[in-house]
Design a protein. Structure first.
Length: 268
């Protein structure tokens, strides 16, 4: 059983919703990323979504776009991100890690080489925003051979046929984008999200996580009542940005924000 499946089974047995924070690897500098990953776990993270810096992050809003820019200023590439996961695994062999990014760096490395090195580093799943399942057979095959999960996105605009197709291809969990727009967008309508999750669950037994628009502890708590996982990114990355020139203060700031979300979710 994969770390992702094992973690969701454990959480389900405890009646707990997963909290999945996102940070960009190498932001604001590569030396601090592993420290931040451990801090997130200490604050209550159940899985970690680690962004791979990319020059054209089309699904991401300005906050995460700037995070990629800061990391790229330090020349952080995919192989550096894999090295960071390997270092993280020296202390934590339990927390699942999902890489979130775009296809180009993986194609440059090659599907088989990427999957092999990702598995060796301790990566558990991959969310590649810009490769739909009908075009991703090569990558899917390479990942499945190494028992790595392929996480797919669904959106408010996804049709019933598209939901079924994504659910058939996905493993690990399904990531529902709760708003029409990029990361950091607002206008989260919980009734609409709940209705969409019901439709998704009709096609899969996989856990369904909700992200995009989770800005604070009350929102995280509200979403935790209807989802299997709450994914939070921009709210954390904005803290990184604000403290980019004072990196020693970043871990405590993220711990405070994420800890408040975890407490609110548990109370809910």
């Amino acid at each position: 059983m994969s770390r992702i499946a094992a973690r969701f089974d454990e959480l389900k047995a405890r009646g707990r919703t997963a909290l999945i924070p996102f940070i960009t690897a190498g932001d604001p500098n590569p030396e601090i990323t592993v420290e931040l990953m451990h801090a997130l776990v200490d604050a209550g993270a159940d899985l970690i979504e680690l962004g791979v810096p990319f020059s054209d992050p089309m699904a991401d809003g300005p906050v995460i776009q700037r995070a990629s820019e800061r990391a790229l200023e330090h020349h952080v590439g995919l192989h550096h991100v894999l090295d960071m996961v390997g270092v993280f695994r020296q202390r934590d062999n339990a927390t699942p890690v999902v890489l979130m990014g775009y296809l180009n760096p993986i194609e440059v490395m090659g599907y088989d080489r990427f999957a092999e090195q990702a598995a060796a580093a301790g990566v558990d799943g991959v969310l590649v925003v810009d490769i739909p399942p009908e075009e991703g057979h090569g990558l899917l095959e390479a990942l499945h051979e190494r028992e790595l999960d392929q996480i797919y996105l669904l959106a408010p605009t996804s049709t019933e046929a598209r939901i079924e197709q994504i659910c058939q291809a996905a493993s690990g969990f399904v990531y529902y984008v709760s708003v029409k727009g990029v990361t950091g967008a607002s206008h989260l309508a919980l009734d609409e999200v709940a209705e969409k999750l019901q439709r998704i669950r009709a096609h899969t037994d996989l856990p369904v996580g909700v992200g995009f628009g989770i800005k604070d502890a009350p929102t995280a708590a509200a979403v935790s009542r209807i989802a299997d996982a709450v994914v939070v990114g921009s709210a954390l990355v904005s803290q990184v940005e604000a403290l980019a020139e004072r990196p020693r203060e970043i871990a405590p700031a993220l711990t405070e924000v994420l800890g408040a979300m975890r407490a609110a979710m548990d109370d809910a």
